[in-house]
Design a protein around this ligand. Structure first.
Ligand code: FMN
Length: 47
């Protein structure tokens, strides 16, 4: 996805469905989250 499209379409989600998220999707997100930059590359993020 183009960054400009991502920036246009993103929003702050304030309502959530009572619906289980598939394990594969959660695992894929965890992999992506770990790509985020962090101070001195400490990667303090816990999921
Ligand atoms: C640095 C930062 C801090 C924010 N803090 C809060 C917050 O404390 N509470 C909240 O409900 N939303 C917070 N927001 C979300 C903004 O209110 C939201 O981005 C804004 O209303 C625009 O809506 P959108 O993200 O759907 O475009 C924050 C956003 C940023 C960038």
């Amino acid at each position: 996805m183009e960054f400009s499209k991502l920036a246009e379409e993103r929003y702050s989600c304030r309502k959530f469905l009572e619906k289980k998220v598939e394990d594969e999707k959660i695992e894929a997100l965890i992999d992506i989250i770990h790509l985020a930059p962090s101070a001195e590359n400490h990667q303090p993020i816990r999921v």
